[in-house]
Design a protein around this ligand. Structure first.
Ligand SMILES: NC(=O)c1ccc[n+]([C@@H]2O[C@H](COP(=O)([O-])OP(=O)(O)OC[C@H]3O[C@@H](n4cnc5c(N)ncnc54)[C@H](O)[C@@H]3O)[C@@H](O)[C@H]2O)c1
Length: 295
């Protein structure tokens, strides 16, 4: 049985650690070629690096036929990239195509958390600019250079397990998707997070980028969607939801369904938005938040 992403090639930025790492591992299990990319190679949370973990998954896939079919070998590489640099992101896409021949899925996950919590009247300029630079400009670069490549290449035929919209309609137009772009926004993209003007502003902007790019790329049949996770256990949130008892007790009940998230919860939603199951989904900010935004 092929996996849901067999034959596809995915870049996951910021995938040395946390949510990006979980996405890389899940996409590998589903048969994709994986480009692990980050500004640093070692996971912030410690342990083995993502490429080594993906390699183990690829070996398992060999037995089940999820990754290797018709002589094609599933693979993984690490490419160091600071997403704030346009030339580095352009090079990331170029190197991916040199190695795997194409790019089908771009996960713009690299991000920084709130750097200088405090009210706007005391908020440091550098912290604000840093949030915008990584969380907004980095995502802009990722969408831009991924879209250029996706527009230039032939689409893959839909996998046999999917129900392609073109096969079940009377329309003759080809509706085969040419690419899937997923941006990591946040629950704070949809409302205020007092004392976090840098991070909150940047995540609102990610939704703006997502919605506008979805329209710009609709004629090219490239999906652009965002995920809006609630507080999820990673190095980024440890200072709030593990180390700080008062913050933890305040934030936990705001996620009425199961409390804080696990990185795999977010990865599974990323898989949906990167697959043919999302055939008619573009321009959304999907909350994955245990009910946080349902209030
Ligand atoms: N953890 C949460 O609760 C949560 C909630 C909502 C949204 N998010 C978003 O999810 C994404 C991943 O967060 P996480 O919690 O896994 O954080 P994390 O800190 O565990 O991982 C972030 C990764 O991004 C990398 N990175 C940082 N700056 C970079 C740059 N300029 N170029 C390339 N890589 C860079 C880091 O090295 C790190 O490996 C972020 O965009 C974050 O804002 C996280």
């Amino acid at each position: 049985m092929p996996g849901r992403l067999t034959h596809k090639t995915a870049i996951v930025t910021g995938s040395a650690s946390g949510i990006g790492r979980a996405i890389a591992l899940l996409f590998a299990a589903e048969g994709a070629n994986i480009v692990v990319s980050d500004i640093r190679e070692a996971p912030l949370e410690g342990g083995e690096d993502t490429v080594a973990e993906v390699q183990k998954i690829i070996s398992k896939n060999k037995d089940s036929g999820k990754g290797d079919e018709e002589g094609r070998k599933q693979g993984v590489i690490f490419i160091q990239c600071d997403t704030t640099s346009a030339s580095q992101v352009e090079n990331l896409v170029q190197q991916t195509v040199e190695k795997f021949g194409r790019l089908d899925i771009m996960i713009n996950n690299a991000g920084v958390g709130e750097l200088a919590p405090g009210p706007i009247y005391d908020y440091p300029e550098e912290a604000f600019q840093k949030c915008l630079s990584v969380n907004v400009t980095g995502v802009f670069h990722g969408i831009k250079y991924a879209a250029r490549q996706m527009r230039a290449q032939d689409p893959l035929p839909p996998s046999s397990s999917s129900s392609s919209s073109s096969s079940s309609t009377t329309e003759t137009e080809d509706k085969t998707s040419r690419g899937w772009i997923v941006n990591l926004a946040s629950i704070v993209a949809m409302g205020a997070q007092p004392g976090a003007v840098g991070y909150t502003t940047s995540k609102h902007a990610v939704l703006g980028l997502t919605r506008t790019s979805a329209w710009d790329l609709s004629a090219s049949l490239i999906h652009v969607n965002a995920l809006c996770p609630g507080f999820t256990h990673t190095s980024m949130t440890k200072p709030y939801i593990v180390d700080n008892e008062a913050a933890r007790d305040e934030l936990r009940p705001m996620h009425p369904f199961k409390g804080f998230g696990d990185v795999r919860d977010v990865a599974r939603a990323a898989l949906f938005l990167s697959s043919e199951d999302a055939a008619w989904v573009t321009g959304v900010g999907l909350p994955v938040d245990g009910g946080y935004t349902a209030r």
